[in-house]
Design a binder for this molecule. Structure first.
Ligand code: C2E
Ligand code: MG
Ligand code: MG
Length: 739
């Protein structure tokens, strides 16, 4: 009974008791009867109230159930109201709709089906009851349309009653969520399959320490599970690339942009690294999301290998396998900028192997390559961090070295290289003096760019050309001599235009007949003031510029013109010898030019002879032979000049199609006293004879020398004994005497 009802009842009882007491005083004779009636009335009322209360309670409970049914009927969740005697089971509309329940259904059967019960008794519903304390249980069942539903249930006690209790069981429909989960799982499979097909691995992390790895990442690196911590992942990265990865991971750049690094990564437990492109991105945290760092990993080993191959072809010298000129220029330019900005000092040392073409010619190409490789190997030993060793052409090498305040470094380094190189003169190279020359310049002081500095080192090297084994540093004053040469070039060009070049002729004598059998055309530059400049002073300069072409053309045409003129003048036919430099000789249209000169003059080819030096002929033996053969085909004679000054081996006489061999003056000068010189000359003459090659001795200055050579079997002689190089007019006088 409620408190208010109790108070009301108590007041009524008190009031009635007060009335009974008043009546009892007013009518004392009936007092006993009044009290008895009063007490009886109270007892009867109490009994009535008890029963009324019972009836009320019973009535009231049934009203609660209906209230609940009303309240839950249209709620957007599944509700079952039930009593544990199962006489009362109500499903709300939503659940009825989901189940497809029409009017005729057995609530108990549906109740069992929905809550996953086999029977309905106090024991079977224990698990449902046990969920009262916040638990839930999930059931999967089918509705009348055979559609599967999955609902998580939780139950609450609504009211305890005498015979039974009223419960409400509330459902949370998981069917759609489960479907989404399945979809998500298949989306994940789809994603993984795509990544696998594209061979792209993915790693993602919220804290940049623990990474979720996609199945392709797991496959790529042989991971043990789908998660990897940063330190384990880093241990798979090549030590040289870890810093890049660290930088990527630690980057606070959360701009959402994609960045890229290329890393070498190996698989778990493997040693070989492969190249990967790691495209990564950081995403800022928002109110609803955590920060995200992750990236895609793509195997680019094949592309890198191709790049390496291309780079190798472009930047590595094939013979020595060190950097080539291209690489030197690129590295040099970067180093130059660095030295300029950071005040570092670098030296560029350019080295040239002395007489390399002779080593190559006499020892063969394989041995020549062996020397080049070993020279490169020696240079490599002197490369310091940030430096480079390169082969820039033929036998020219360069060394880029950093200097930490030691001005003697380039000289000391060049000298050490020379010492090391000299040690290679063993075995097949025993008889060869292996030396090299060097020129060097300083970076950034000695030029405005790397190419400038390199060119200056090359100037320095050129300045010592011919002085084997020397080391020379660049001096700005070297430009003066170069400017001097440039001035000379200009003057020479003018001299050609002004016809200041003239041919002198030196007679060649037949040692058997004592007759002039030919002349050698030797050029002179006769200045307007009468000064005569000999070819040694200007031919090398002319050779460096294009002037040599014009000079040689003049000599060829003038020589042919003069010879035919002498023939026409009635002098006995003689051979006109002209000298060619290697620039002339290796020209592809050489043959055409000779044919043209012969045609223009009308001289028969047999009266023209071309003199070539042995070093010229041997610098590219195959090409030289083919050029010589072309000249021989024309019918022009070929002489090998200055024979014996180089390192040529007599075996080349077999290959070169020459008609005359000119013994160098150095053998003749002291032939009367020098027994070795005599023996060499005699041997060369007899070998040449066996090859049907004529011989001529240069520089015969006295009859003693002439006699020795005649006895040795030499065919011809040339020298001051017969006459110095002279103008055509003088030679005509001489020819008159020997007619
Ligand atoms: P080369 O072809 O060996 O010429 C022989 C040189 O020896 C000539 O010097 C000649 O004057 C010199 N000579 C000849 N006999 C004697 C002698 O008995 N004693 C001494 N001491 N010297 C003698 P030249 O004329 O000064 O020529 C020097 C070199 O210049 C030539 O050597 C040749 O290689 C080159 N040369 C000369 N004229 C031409 C030319 O028209 N074109 C080219 N490309 N080179 C030329
Ligand atoms: Mg000559
Ligand atoms: Mg000569």
């Amino acid at each position: 009974m409620k408190y208010g009802n109790m108070l009301g009842t108590s007041l009524v009882i008190c009031l009635c008791t007060a009335l009974v007491v008043v009546f009892a005083f007013l009518r004392p004779e009936q007092a006993l009867l009044i009290v008895i009636v009063y007490l009886s009335t109270i007892v009867i009322m109490s009994v009535m109230m008890f029963f009324i209360e019972r009836i009320y309670v019973k009535h009231k409970t049934s009203v609660d159930k209906d209230d609940f049914v009303k309240v839950t009927e249209n709620l957007n969740s599944e509700f079952i109201l039930w009593t544990d005697d199962f006489d009362f089971i109500k499903f709300n509309k939503r659940l009825r709709d989901e189940m497809g329940l029409k009017n005729n259904f057995d609530p108990k059967e549906i109740f069992k089906a929905v809550l996953g019960l086999n029977t309905l008794d106090k024991d079977s519903i224990k698990p449902i009851i046990s969920s009262i304390n916040g638990g839930s249980h999930e059931t999967i069942f089918k509705n009348y349309s055979d559609k599967s539903l999955s609902i998580a249930w939780s139950t609450s006690l609504v009211k305890k009653m005498k015979k039974n209790n009223l419960y409400v069981t509330t459902g949370f429909n998981l069917t759609e969520i489960k479907k989404m989960k399945v979809n998500l799982a298949s989306a994940n499979d789809f994603f993984n399959a795509s990544m696998e097909l594209a061979e792209i691995g993915i790693i993602m992390s919220n804290d940049r320490k623990k990474y979720a790895a996609s199945s392709e990442t797991v496959r790529m690196f042989g991971l043990k599970g789908n998660s990897i911590d940063i330190n384990t992942f880093k241990s798979l990265i090549h030590p040289n690339d870890r810093m890049q990865f660290d930088r990527a991971v630690k980057s606070k750049n959360e701009d959402g942009d994609v960045h890229n690094v290329e890393l070498r990564i190996k698989s778990m437990g493997k040693t070989a690294y492969r190249w990967y492109s790691f495209r990564y991105k950081s995403i800022k945290a928002t109110d609803n999301t955590l920060p995200l760092f992750g990236g895609a990993i793509l195997d680019i080993t094949q592309e890198r290998e191709k790049d390496i191959l291309i780079e190798r072809l472009a930047y590595i010298d094939e013979v020595t396998e060190i950097a080539n000129r291209n690489k030197l220029v690129i590295t040099g330019q970067e180093t130059y900028e660095c030295s300029h900005l950071l005040n570092y000092t670098y030296w560029i040392i350019v080295l040239d192997i002395d007489r390399f073409h002779i080593i190559n010619d006499t020892c063969g190409y394989e041995n020549g390559n062996y020397i080049l490789k070993n020279f490169a190997h020696i240079l490599y030993k002197f490369v310091t961090p940030g430096g480079l060793a390169a082969r820039i052409s033929g036998d020219n090498f360069a060394l880029l070295i950093r200097d930490y305040g030691d001005n003697d470094l380039p000289v000391r380094t060049a000298k050490s290289i020379q010492e090391e190189f000299a040690k290679l003169a063993v075995g097949d190279f025993n008889s060869i003096n292996l030396s090299c020359s060097a020129g060097f310049s300083k970076m950034p002081d000695d030029g405005d760019s790397f190419l400038d500095v390199l060119e200056h080192a090359e100037f320095a090297l050129k300045s010592v050309s011919g002085q084997h084994g020397t080391v020379c540093g660049y001096e700005p004053s070297m430009h003066d001599s170069i400017i001097g040469n440039t001035e000379l070039e200009k003057a020479l060009a003018l001299a050609i235009d002004n016809n200041e070049l003239q041919l002198f002729y030196q007679p060649k004598f037949d040692l058997t007949t004592n007759k002039i059998m030919g002349v050698e055309a030797l050029i002179r530059w006769i200045k307007p003031d009468g000064t005569v400049i000999t070819p040694d002073a200007f031919i090398p300069i002319a050779e460096r510029s294009r002037l040599i072409g014009r000079i040689s053309e003049f000599v060829l045409n003038e020589g042919c013109r003069q010879n035919i003129l002498w023939q026409k003048m009635g002098y006995p036919n003689i051979v006109m010898s002209i000298n060619f430099t290697s620039t002339d000789f290796y020209q592809t249209d050489l043959q055409d030019k000779i044919v043209e000169a012969l045609a223009k003059s009308g001289l028969e080819p047999e009266w023209l002879e071309v003199e070539l030096t042995e070093t010229l002929a041997l610098s590219d033996i195959d090409y030289a032979v083919s050029q010589m053969n072309k000249l021989r085909e024309l019918g022009v004679k070929l002489a090998m000049d200055d024979f014996g000054t180089g390192y040529s081996s007599l075996s080349y006489l077999q290959i070169l199609p020459i008609t005359l061999l000119k013994l160098d003056r150095s053998f003749i000068t002291d032939i009367q006293n020098d027994n070795i010189a005599y023996k060499i000359v005699s041997a060369v003459i007899s070998i040449a004879k066996s090859k049907k090659i004529k011989t001529i001795a240069e520089g015969i200055e006295n009859t003693e020398q002439e006699e020795i050579l005649r006895k040795a079997g030499c065919d011809y002689g040339q020298g001051y004994l017969y006459g110095k190089p002279m103008p055509a007019q003088q030679l005509e006088d001489l020819m008159e005497n020997y007619k």
